[in-house]
Design a protein around this ligand. Sequence first.
Ligand SMILES: Nc1nc2c(ncn2[C@@H]2O[C@H](COP(=O)(O)OP(=O)(O)O)[C@@H](O)[C@H]2O)c(=O)[nH]1
Ligand SMILES: [Mg+2]
Length: 308
Amino acid sequence: MSWLKKLTSGLKKSSDAVTASLSGISGLFGKPKIDAGSIEELEEALITADLGVRAATDIADSLRSRKWSGPVDADQLRAALAESLTEILADAEAPLEISAARPHVILLAGVNGSGKTTTAGKLAARYAGQGKKVILAAADTFRAAAIEQLDRWGARSGVEVVAGERGGDAAALAYQALEKAQREQADILIIDTAGRLQNRAELMEELAKIIRVLGKLDAEAPHDRVLVLDGTVGQNALAQLRIFQEIAGVTGLIITKLDGSAKGGVVVALAREFGLPLHLVGVGEAAEDLQDFNARDYARALVGLDPA
Ligand SMILES: Nc1nc2c(ncn2[C@@H]2O[C@H](COP(=O)(O)OP(=O)(O)O)[C@@H](O)[C@H]2O)c(=O)[nH]1
Ligand SMILES: [Mg+2]
C-alpha cells in the first residue's frame, strides 16, 4: 500500500469522527449559504473531534467568509474544510533537517509507550538507508526490554547501538555515545530516553542531565529535542507537550499511531496552539510507516478525501 493510502486508511476513524459530527448539523447542506447557527454547531463539532478551540474558530471564520458557487453539498464542505485545515497545518510542516554538525544529535523524549524506541529505530533505518553513518544510544536504561528492542532495530538496519547496564546512568550513557559518535565521525546520533512521567521530578532531572552532559562535548547538542506523542491520546497530548516543553525545551514533534486512532484531529490542535515543527507522523509499526508530515495530505485524509 502506498504511503498516502496508508495515511488515508489509517486516519479513517479520525475522518469519521470529523465528518460524522458534521452530518448531524441541520441547515448545513442544500442552501447556497451556510447559516450562522450551523456554523456555530460545526465549530462545536470540530472541537469535539479534537481540533481545539483556536483551529475550530479559524475554520468557522473562513467558512463564514466563503463564497459558495451554489447550494452547499457534503463534497464542497469537505473540500473547503481541507483547504482551511491545510492552511493551519502548513505552518507546522517542517521535515527534520540534519545540520552540518557531525554528529547531528537527535534526542527523543516522551512518555512511556508513546513510540520513542520504535521511532528511534525507524529513523535509524531511514538514515542508514540513505548511506549515513548512524549510531543509536539506548538511554532508556530503566527497562531491559527497551535496550533489547533498540538492539533489534539496530541489527535490522546495520546500525550500532550503544547500550549499558540496566539501571545505569542515562546521562553517562548518552555522553559515551556522543563521544563515540564524534570519534567515529558519525553523521547522526539518535538518543532514545525513558519516559516515566509518573515520577516527574526524576524524569525532569534525568532529561536535563542528559542535555547538560551532551553540551559539554558539543555546545549545540542535542540539535533536535523531539517530543514523540501518541496520536491516540487526544487532548492529553497537549498537556504532555506543555510538561516536556518545560523540562527539555522541545524543538519539534513526531506523532505516532495515527493508524487506527480516532483522535487524529489533535494534530491540528497541536499545530495551531503551539506552532512547533511537526517533523514526522507514524501510521504503523514498520520502518517505512514513519514519513515526513505533509499538511495538504494530512488535511485531505482527515476529512476523508482521497489522496490527490
Ligand atoms: N500501530 C502503530 N504502533 C506503533 C507506532 N509507533 C509505535 N507503535 C507501537 O507502540 C508500542 C510502544 O512503542 P515504543 O516505541 O516501545 O514506545 P516507548 O515506550 O515510547 O519507547 C509498540 O508496540 C510499538 O510497536 C505507529 O505509528 N503505529
Ligand atoms: Mg522505549
